[in-house]
Design a protein around this ligand. Structure first.
Ligand SMILES: Nc1ncnc2c1ncn2[C@@H]1O[C@H](COP(=O)(O)OP(=O)(O)OP(=O)(O)O)[C@@H](O)[C@H]1O
Ligand SMILES: Nc1ncnc2c1ncn2[C@@H]1O[C@H](COP(=O)(O)OP(=O)(O)OP(=O)(O)O)[C@@H](O)[C@H]1O
Ligand SMILES: [Mg+2]
Ligand SMILES: [Mg+2]
Lengths: 251, 251
């Protein structure tokens, strides 16, 4: 039974893609077989690993019946495969609602590769729409990146309410793996205040690993590489190795 | 005839809300009467000015027939009124598609206040869905914040394609006011590279004003104030005053 992690948060720019790509790469480097599913029409996880979106060979097609195995490609990181996205996916938000099984399409597709990948990581767009609902319906674990800034706190309650609804109506197996503090700039009071507020509210649900703000993390995707390949000794790489370990330990 | 500016970019976290709030406040401080419309279910522009979303008194209700004038409140900044948002707005993405006039709902609502506000600023969510389409259909100008980072470049072509479609099919008056470089950290090569790539591609369509990465801009919303009130002598405030001037000059 795969562990399927959804990376979700409707707040934009909080580090969903950066976390999806780097946790997936760290797990693969540790020897696991991992599938990274890009479910965002922006296709940032796809381009962040150096690939171009190809019409007809993306998660858009999987949502329209093409078997997942037909579109999966090697990512360039040993042990890590990629299900790339394409901007056509933006149409899914209006195309899917007419189907009976609209929330389960991704879950059904992932069931076919269940025995091949112990770990599946799904990157979501910044919205609580049909794509993110599909990811939450298919996943059995959820990682919520929380940027250490004021606006990022606002949407958490709404997100966790949506998760409860999904758990109650569609997917009882969905568990919160943890909240991840990202872009933490230790020099600013703002980051310290937000981090302590999140820990106060959510306690042990917050990962111990904290991702520092580090320009090397922002540079890595322009080279099509995860941080573990682009700059393995940087603070960003350390933090994502630690996070990958903690994710595995949390079960 | 109001100048209606939409702040749009499907990439998340690029500075749409920060720009909407601060340009609106700078224009108001210069003596103009300004309306800031929060069309994002996250309601960040609303909370960033110190207000709480109220069910029944938000842009959600305007999209369901309540007159805009009924929900507009003073923002706390002289000359600036606010049409607050509420998380209920997230349902608009599925509720609106069944209406004949689904793209024009906001435009029709804004027509009623056309003579009261020479400037209207609309903050959009990070998606090219029904809410952003409504904003682009209602607006006659568009400001596109572009974060000086790699992923932010990726989505620009898709966004500008959507704008062309809207202009051709729904709103011939929609003009691009400009692309705004945001969170520019002059110390990093990444920011310099992205900025020069954007200027190479888009030339005079890029505002001269560049918004620096500045923690004071991220702190201001936690005090419910625009930068012009929170720290008027900071680099962030300077940049937004300059931008407001350039926006007016561009006509
Ligand atoms: N820890 C970090 N330090 C510095 N920059 C970071 C860090 N994490 C992410 N970034 C950069 O910040 C920007 C936003 O991150 P990212 O795109 O991963 O967020 P996202 O939540 O996936 O965004 P979206 O909501 O658009 O999908 C990107 O340019 C990314 O390279
Ligand atoms: N120039 C800047 N310097 C530093 N921080 C900034 C700057 N502009 C915005 N921020 C901060 O970066 C984060 C993202 O900005 P903002 O929320 O305005 O982006 P957005 O595009 O509206 O996001 P979303 O896609 O979620 O609507 C916020 O925490 C904001 O306070
Ligand atoms: Mg992303
Ligand atoms: Mg915003």
């Amino acid at each position: 039974m795969s562990r399927i992690y959804a990376l979700a948060n409707q707040k934009g720019g909080v580090g969903k893609t950066t976390t999806a790509v780097n946790v997936a790469a760290c797990l693969a480097e540790a020897g696991a077989r991992v599938l990274l599913v890009d479910l965002d029409p922006q296709a940032n996880a796809t381009t962040g690993l150096g690939h171009r979106p190809v019409r007809g060979r993306s998660t858009y097609d999987v949502l329209h019946g093409v078997p997942l195995a037909d579109i999966v490609i090697p990512s360039g990181v040993p042990g890590l495969d990629l299900a790339p996205s394409h901007p056509d996916l933006a149409a899914a938000a209006v195309e899917l609602p007419d189907r009976e099984d609209r929330e389960q399409v991704l879950g059904n597709a992932l069931a076919e590769v269940d025995d091949q990948y112990p770990f599946v990581i799904v990157d979501c767009p910044p919205a609580l729409g049909m794509l993110t609902v599909n990811a939450l319906a298919a996943a059995n674990r959820l990682i919520v990146p929380v940027q250490c800034e004021y606006y990022a706190l606002e949407g958490l309650a709404q997100l966790l309410e949506t998760v409860e609804l999904i758990r109650a109506r569609i997917n009882p197996h969905l568990q919160l793996s943890g909240l991840l503090l990202t872009m933490h700039d230790g020099r600013t009071r703002l980051a310290q205040d937000v981090a302590s507020e999140v820990r106060e509210h959510f306690g042990s649900k917050v990962f111990d690993a904290v991702i520092p703000r580090s320009v090397r993390l922002a540079e890595a995707p322009s080279h099509g590489r995860p941080i573990s390949q682009f700059d393995p000794r940087s603070p960003g790489a350390d933090a994502y190795y630690r996070l990958a370990l903690e994710v595995v330990e949390r079960g």
